[in-house]
Design a protein around this ligand. Structure first.
Ligand SMILES: *[C@@H]1O[C@H](CO)[C@@H](O)[C@H](O)[C@H]1NC(C)=O
Ligand SMILES: *[C@@H]1O[C@H](CO)[C@@H](O)[C@H](O)[C@H]1NC(C)=O
Ligand SMILES: *[C@@H]1O[C@H](CO)[C@@H](O)[C@H](O)[C@H]1NC(C)=O
Ligand SMILES: *[C@@H]1O[C@H](CO)[C@@H](O)[C@H](O)[C@H]1NC(C)=O
Ligand SMILES: *[C@@H]1O[C@H](CO)[C@@H](O)[C@H](O)[C@H]1NC(C)=O
Length: 231
C-alpha cells in the first residue's frame, strides 16, 4: 500500500510542472527569436565564372540591440574551417576594423545597415565552397549564430550552356507563339468566313423575301453555270 502511494503521488504534481515548462519554453523561444540573427539573404548560393569578382552577402539583425558584437567569415575547406576575416562591432552603425586572413578578400559591408558583406576578388576554382557568416552578441550570453552561403565557381563553358538553353527556350517559345498565332489566324479566318456566310444567308433571306428560295437558288446556279462556258 505504501509503495503504491509513493508511486501515485509524485505523478500528481506532474501536469503543473509540464505547464510551467511549456510556458517557460514558449517565453524562452520568444526571447531567443528576438536575439541576434545572421542572414545571407534569400539566395543561398551563387554561380560565378573563375576570374570574376563576387560579393558574399551577410547582414545581422537584433531586436535587443548589440554591444561588442563579434563576427567572422569562415571558409569550409574540405571540412576544416578557415577564418576569412573577423572583427568586433562596438555598436550599431560603427565601422569596424576588420582583420583579413585570406588573399583577395575585401570587407565592403562597413556595417552600414548592419551589412557585413565581403568581396572576393578574381576568384579561382579553389575559392568555391561554403562560406559561413558567424556572429556572437555578448548581450545574449554569447550564443552563436551563423548563416552559410555557397559559392560555385564555374568555367566559362557553362555560359555557353546557358546561351544554348536560352536559344532552346526562345525556340520553343517562338514555336508556341507561332502555333498560337496560327490558331488565332485560323479562328479569325473561320470567324470571317462564318460572317461572310451569315451575310450570304442574309442576302438569300432578303432575296427570298422577294422571290421563292428555290427560285433564288436556281437562279444563282444558272448564273454560275454560263461563266465557264464563256471561257
Ligand atoms: C579559369 O581558370 C583556368 C584554369 O585555371 C585559366 O586558364 C583561365 O584563364 C581562367 N579564366 C579566367 C577568366 O580567369
Ligand atoms: C578532401 O579530403 C579528402 C580526404 O580527406 C581528399 O581525398 C579530397 O581530395 C579532398 N578534396 C579537396 C577538394 O581538397
Ligand atoms: C584582379 O585582377 C585584375 C586583373 O587581372 C588585377 O588588376 C587586380 O589587381 C586583381 N585584384 C586583386 C585584388 O587581386
Ligand atoms: C552591403 O554593402 C554592399 C557594398 O556597399 C552592397 O553592395 C550591398 O548591396 C549591401 N547589402 C545589403 C543587403 O544592404
Ligand atoms: C560558440 O562557438 C565557439 C567557437 O567559435 C565555441 O567555442 C563556443 O563553445 C560556442 N558556444 C556555444 C554556446 O555554442
Amino acid at each position: 500500500m505504501e509503495v503504491r502511494r509513493v508511486g501515485v503521488e509524485p505523478l500528481r504534481p506532474g501536469p503543473p510542472h509540464i505547464a510551467v515548462g511549456l510556458i517557460f519554453s514558449v517565453l524562452f523561444g520568444v526571447w531567443s527569436a528576438q536575439g541576434l540573427e545572421m542572414s545571407v539573404g534569400k539566395v543561398l548560393s551563387l554561380e560565378a565564372v573563375n576570374g570574376s569578382t563576387v560579393m558574399l552577402p551577410c547582414t545581422y539583425s537584433s531586436c535587443i540591440g548589440i554591444h561588442n558584437l563579434y563576427f567572422n567569415w569562415q571558409f569550409n575547406d574540405n571540412g576544416t574551417m578557415h577564418k576569412v576575416c573577423e572583427s568586433v562591432i562596438a555598436s550599431e552603425g560603427v565601422e569596424p576594423e576588420v582583420s583579413i586572413y585570406r588573399e583577395r578578400v575585401e570587407f565592403v559591408g562597413k556595417n552600414r545597415n548592419n551589412n557585413i558583406s565581403i568581396l572576393l576578388w578574381n576568384i579561382t576554382f579553389e575559392d568555391g565552397g561554403q562560406y559561413t557568416c558567424f556572429g556572437r552578441n555578448p548581450k545574449e550570453k554569447d550564443k552563436n549564430h551563423s548563416a552559410t552561403f555557397t559559392l560555385i565557381v564555374v568555367d566559362e563553358l557553362r555560359v555557353v550552356d546557358n546561351t544554348l538553353t536560352i536559344i532552346i527556350a526562345s525556340a520553343v517559345g517562338g514555336a508556341i507563339a507561332l502555333l498560337m498565332g496560327f490558331m488565332l489566324l485560323k479562328n479569325f479566318t473561320l470567324f470571317v468566313l462564318a460572317k461572310l456566310e451569315e451575310k450570304n444567308k442574309e442576302c438569300l433571306v432578303t432575296s427570298s423575301g422577294i422571290d421563292n428560295t428555290e427560285n433564288g437558288l436556281s437562279g444563282s446556279k444558272a448564273d454560275s453555270k454560263p461563266t465557264p462556258k464563256k471561257k
